[in-house]
Design a protein around this ligand. Sequence first.
Ligand code: HEC
Ligand code: HEC
Length: 346
Amino acid sequence: MKYLFWVLVSVFLVSCHEDDAYVAVKNTFLTVDVPENFPALVYDIEANPPTQLGFELGKKLFYDGKLSSSGFISCGFCHEQSSAFTHHGHQFSHGVNDLEGTRNTPTIANMAFFTEFAWDGATSHLDLFPIIPITNEVEMGETMTGVINKLIADAEYQKEFEMAFEEGGVNAENFLKAIAQFMVMMISSDSKYDKYVRNEAGGELTETEAMGLGVFQQKCASCHATDLFTDGSFRNNGLPPNPQLNDMGRAEVSGSDSDNYKFKVPSLRNVSLTAPYMHDGRFGSLESVLNFYTNGMVASETLDDSLRTKDGLGIALNDEEKAGLLAFFEILTDDTFINDERFSEY
Ligand code: HEC
Ligand code: HEC
């Protein structure tokens, strides 16, 4: 059943001062369209209903280097649309003054359906997320006050904030709401896989793709669940810990040893575009990921139970099944999304 989340149908008018004349600027509420094969929306739309002008402001902010201390690192610098909003070719996040972080940049498609954010679930509020990269010294190296002051000093932003929000000041609340509105609208749901599931034209699978889907459902979908391809949980999938980084994953947030080396199960949407892979970007190709699942795992106390079998660790896959999975990954690519002008920088 297809259901639309109608937030709205009203239109509100804002007056703004321009060239000594008051012009009425129309702002309209946007519809957040929940794809029929997706789980329910998690984001509280009623608390921050996306509007056309709020969305446009959020997009401008997302692509503005002003949000960083150097003036050059925007959100879009690390989250590039052509790579499904990841940082192509970068193992680690790479921010101001050429500094490097320790984690790989994940996609930010479909964030409105997620409950926890970052590889370790550092926050469960999408609205608050931007504070993390902005204040991280190896990412944007700024302070919230610094960013807001730069925006206050910009007459164009002042006008845009006023038009986008009823209480239209340039302040942290409206700033965070605008960026969240932009991210909430970023829904990726038009891959060949989606068309197949929804019985739409263009969704006919080849034999190899169908076989790969079957293998995936049987061997991977317990964690990479639902049509978001993640159950949102934190798990240890048996990666050998990287001794240089000593990243404890979820345990860094929970403080509990039982969460050591657990990371958020990533969505696999657009996975063919998002190399490198895993929280530390250690694998450059999907072939290496599959080889890891068959014979690269190490045991530890927190290794997921489902990955220990009587025959040893890991997931058994023969060459044919691997070829099927690689074909399956390709049908998760959503060209509509990565070319959608609503989200593009220019
Ligand atoms: C220097 C590169 C860089 C910049 C700049 C950056 N990000 Fe990120 N982003 C990352 C990395 C790396 C992560 C994963 C962080 C972690 O797990 O600790 C991430 C994670 C995220 C997530 C969570 C995704 C998920 O699946 O949990 C969101 C949302 C996000 N970023 C939005 C933004 C926004 C909005 C901005 C601008 C205010 C921004 N990012 C700026 C690199 C960057
Ligand atoms: C026990 C849960 C579990 C199972 C089963 C599982 N995965 Fe994963 N998968 C994870 C976790 C957790 C991560 C992230 C690990 C990390 O980065 O530390 C991950 C990461 C990945 C990634 C990297 C994605 C990215 O954006 O970096 C791919 C690709 C992947 N898995 C494919 C598969 C395939 C294919 C199967 C079946 C053969 C599978 N997974 C089975 C939990 C699982």
